[in-house]
Ligand binder design. Sequence first.
Ligand code: ADP
Length: 496
Amino acid sequence: MTAVKKMRGDEDALRQTHMLIGGKWVDSASGEVLEVEDPAHRRPIAVVPRGRAEDVARAVQAAAEAFPAWSRTIPRDRGRLLARIADALEARLEELARTIALETGNALRTQARPEAKTTIDILRYFGGLGGELKGETIPLGEHVLSYTRREPLGVVGAIIPWNAPVLLAALKIGPALCAGNTMVLKAAEDASLGVLLLAEVCQEFLPPGVLNVLTGLGEECGAPLANDPTVSKLSFTGSTEVGKLIMRAAADRIVPVSLELGGKSPSIVFPDANEDWAIDGIIAAMRFTRQSQSCTAGSRLFLHRDIFDSFLEALGQKVKALKIGDPLDETSDVGTIINEKQFSKVCGYVEEGLRQREGRVVIGGLPPKEGPLSEGYYAIPTIFANAANDWRLAREEIFGPVLVAIPWTDEADAIRMANDSHYGLAAYVWSHDIGRALRTAHAIEAGWVQVNQGLGQSPGHSYGGYKESGIGREFSLEGMLESYTQRKNVTVNLMR
Ligand code: ADP
């Protein structure tokens, strides 16, 4: 604390925070800090420790020391602790939701509060799965007993992004700890406060060292964690680019890796779905109320040519009605982009779309340079019509509210274009004709296809990507077993 204050000088008024290592709340070894910004007002609100390799080593050591006892704790007892964490977090739900809204710019009513609720739901779900860490017996004959055990992997190194920071932290903590692993989790530099609050509640119940939470930059803190020889499993959510670095680090030591990466998810709308419910579904699928900062955003809209103009007209009207404003204002539907870098990137894509000759702007455009919205990183939901699937806007993950609408007439062509992407995370199909919808769903190369809805993930379903969208599954019992346990086979000769 003293070290932080010395370095902060006249900015002492900023909220100061600590990392969780071995059950203790600590500064970084260097005493350095990073500022966390409120993206709605472009001003610093807090400082977090700037964790580096030395801090990573301490945290990994603490996790390794906690592992033997935690891994031997009866699984249902571990689960019970997660359930108690969920209850305690529920008592602080509003504080958590407001923290998320403040640091991420996600609107409180539409995003931050639902994120806080889903976080609790996730912890409860995994808290109930302790008894499912079962093995099998293998029928090799009466003279042999052959059985498997599901054993934890050891210290899990988890690295998460800023877009749904607390939910994603719980999505790593819940299954990894339930399965008997201990963890070092690195929060994203732009959104550490909610994760630290979650860690605080966890630490009320967990033995020291079972969960360690670091704050810091990717290269300074994430990379040493990914490369630490004691870490025996890596679980990463973030960009495909960094995912590849994580996988390389894992390859050096042959440790298992789970990656949940980017997406450029297609929505295919058949002509019979030219109706209000489908328009609402497309808005939800595009995650417009999260400024589309979601890997599952349905950001390529394949509309049948017969309904192309009428659907887009109605969609544009509804999107225009969304209220963009202060994330903490209950009436805001849409908040801000996370930071300057992402904001400029999103604006760059919009400028590029505006320059496309064959394209047409249905709604949106560049953000205002004056007025209340110019105080924060507010992007304007933007839809481009007559886009082509080979535009950069249709190929790259924008991570902002920019939707491209592409016309089609032939079903096979729509599916071909939908699959013509190196991503394969999510997809959406819209039609009353269930046979056609399911045929399409089966033909799409994506880990999660929704028919006639554009909802978020629920605990219980296996979520993860095809192609460069990732490896492994999260959110489910199967995901926990596959990602956070290893099978040991024991074979006993009963004749001796
Ligand atoms: P985003 O574009 O969503 O910020 P990133 O993949 O850049 O996604 O970041 C996701 C997480 O990965 C963050 O916690 C970030 O600090 C971390 N990270 C970034 N670069 C590296 C790296 N080279 N090694 C390990 N972690 C990294």
